[in-house]
Write a protein that binds this ligand. Structure first.
Ligand code: MEV
Length: 316
């Protein structure tokens, strides 16, 4: 019998990259998920990737995916040479930079393997495995992607820079957030971009210190706006966050075109989400009609887009 496991996609509303340096960030699961199916195999580890994806994603991420797979089996003490396995990935999460596809891959496979071998891993253990996979795949991740992919919902996340437990707070939304997720069509390797930003920070610590300080205030205000259900302010802060990300070199012409198009067609705010330098742009709308308008404007420009609402609870 085949064993299954799910891992949810995510968006980061505030604080990608800043989270790597211990600043608090806000992320939410989306209902789209990756589904891993584990079955007995015939030789070693057979990996079949049937996930829908943007063009070029699987090629760009090939090595990252292999490192993740190796880390998952190692941490879970699974030896496919002795117990051949076939792992198939499917699900409705379209793999793209920024959507947490690598974390969803890791959590779904960890859950499916736990089910297959009857290991009875709880969420905290699944999260640990997924974090090890993320580390192997993408260098020095904050842990925000695997946490939100494992637990679902919307969270405030603060990495413990001393290596202890990260601070995670589950957030309740007063009103649903209607989002248009627009794709630049560009895939990036998170590891490379994170390393690049680290180098830029080392070269110019004063600049980063100032931006981190700005972001610290922005995070507090954004948390307050979300708690009050103030969509207008939430959108404004998202656009402010985008400016800070632009300043540290995470934007690109496609991101800027998408942000500009969204705002011109009534979005309350828009920003890149996740790795940056491509990937996805999230645009906040204040109504269903406005969400449709932003979506149509982006599609008209020839970009892929989808509509979603934030705050999906993870159900395994
Ligand atoms: C990637 O989805 C988010 C980054 O902040 C990296 C991380 O926090 O691990 C770029």
């Amino acid at each position: 019998m085949a064993a299954k496991g799910k891992g949810y996609g995510k968006v980061i509303l505030f604080g990608e990259h800043f989270a790597v340096y211990g600043l608090p960030a806000i992320a939410s699961a989306i209902s789209d998920h990756t589904l891993a199916i584990v079955e007995p195999g015939s030789k070693g580890l057979e990996f079949i990737d049937e996930r829908p994806s943007v063009e070029g994603y699987k090629e760009t991420k090939k090595q990252e995916i292999q490192r993740e797979l190796d880390a998952i089996t190692k941490v879970m003490s699974i030896d496919a040479a002795k117990t051949p396995l076939k792992i198939t990935l499917t699900g409705n999460l379209k793999a793209a930079s920024g959507i947490g596809a690598s974390a969803a891959l890791a959590t779904s496979i960890a859950r499916a393997l736990s089910n297959h071998f009857d290991l009875k891993f709880n969420d905290a253990q699944i999260n640990e495995v997924a974090f090890e996979a993320e580390k192997a795949g993408s260098g020095t991740p904050s842990g925000i992607d695997n946490t939100v992919s494992t637990f679902g919902g919307m969270i405030s996340f603060e990495k413990n820079m001393k290596g202890g437990k990260n601070e995670i707070e589950h957030l309740k939304l007063k009103v649903p957030l209607r989002i248009v997720l627009a794709s630049t069509g560009i895939s990036q390797e998170t590891k490379k971009v994170v390393e690049d930003i680290r180098r830029a920070k080392e070269k110019n610590p004063e600049k980063f210190l100032k931006i981190f300080k700005d972001y610290g205030h922005l995070y507090e205000e954004a948390l307050d706006a979300l708690a009050k259900g103030d969509l207008k302010k939430t959108g404004k802060f998202m656009s402010h966050n985008q400016k800070l990300l632009e300043e540290i070199g995470l934007s690109c012409p496609e991101i800027e075109e998408l942000v500009e198009t969204a705002v011109r067609h009534g979005a309350l705010g828009a920003k890149l989400t996740g790795t940056g330098r491509g990937g996805l742009v999230m645009c906040l709308a204040d109504s269903e009609a406005s969400q449709d308008k932003v979506f149509n404007a982006i599609r008209k420009k020839g970009f892929e887009a989808e509509k979603t609402e934030l705050g999906a609870r993870a159900k395994q």
